[in-house]
Design a protein around this ligand. Structure first.
Ligand SMILES: [Zn+2]
Length: 254
């Protein structure tokens, strides 16, 4: 039962679809046993056959706390429910992780190593691993599901999505200094300010076009009102000379 080499992105086999296993024979159980050893040696939660170069619909899961690995032959997702955001990694992307959307509940069925029919309705890591590994069998990788805003991060450096974190974002502000609020402002009345706002109010799940921030905290609105919880408010100024006009640079630095 040799340990097999885990293929690393961008190995083209990771984009290949695996074939349905017609018969659970010795060749399939040999492959499954190799995969069990390979997964345990790598210390991962799940492994799909194309990750070790075999184009067959075989997945191994070894959930933390479980003594034994599970062999899933021809696994299929029958139904999913809900949506959640989770940080995910993959043995084919060593050292990286990213935030993806996964289902809350997954219903799946497969054949075990004896060819017996198995089914489960599960949540948490089991559900996430089923979606991740069955994606692999279809040539789909978790980087295909990465949420817009964060993309891949070095493993361990991921920001807790519940915690605000800092972003520097380039903004262009158009301040209207004309006296008449109803008239179209003269070009000479418009002051264009380029600046970098250091955000403390941005959450990981926000994509760039959904950024929420508060201009008052950046000092652009004088005489701030009594502090309220404006963490998730869109920019809306009480100052009639500063009504909107903020353009975000999509190439924000992170
Ligand atoms: Zn993977």
């Amino acid at each position: 039962m040799p340990i097999r080499r885990i293929r690393v992105f961008p190995d083209p086999i990771l984009r290949k679809k695996c074939r349905v296993v017609r018969r659970v024979d010795d060749k399939v159980t040999d492959l499954a046993n190799d995969m069990i050893e390979t997964l345990d040696a790598a210390g991962g939660v799940g492994l799909a056959a194309n990750q070790v170069g075999a184009l067959q619909r075989v997945v191994i899961l070894h959930l933390p706390g479980d003594e034994d690995s599970i062999v899933l032959i021809n696994p299929e997702i029958r139904d999913t429910e809900g949506e959640r955001e989770v940080i995910e990694g993959c043995l084919s992307f060593p050292g990286f992780e990213g935030m993806v959307k996964r289902s809350v509940t997954v219903k799946a069925r497969w054949l075990d190593e004896n060819g017996s029919k198995m089914k489960i309705t599960t949540e948490d890591l089991f559900a996430q691993a089923l979606e991740h590994e069955i994606d692999h069998l279809n040539g789909i990788l978790y980087i295909d599901h990465l949420l817009e805003h964060e993309k891949l991060a070095t493993a361990g450096s991921y920001v807790d999505p519940e915690e605000p974190h800092m972003h520097d974002v380039e903004v262009e502000l158009h301040a209207d200094h004309s006296d008449d609020d109803d008239a179209e402002p003269e070009e000479s009345d418009i002051e264009v300010v380029h600046t970098t706002i250091k955000f403390s109010d941005l959450y990981s799940e926000d994509s760039v076009d959904k950024m929420h921030y508060d201009l008052r905290k950046t000092g652009y609105v004088i005489d701030p009102p009594k502090p309220t919880d404006q963490t998730h408010d869109h920019v809306e100024s009480d100052d009639p000379h500063l009504d909107g006009g903020v353009i975000l640079d999509p190439d924000h630095s992170h």
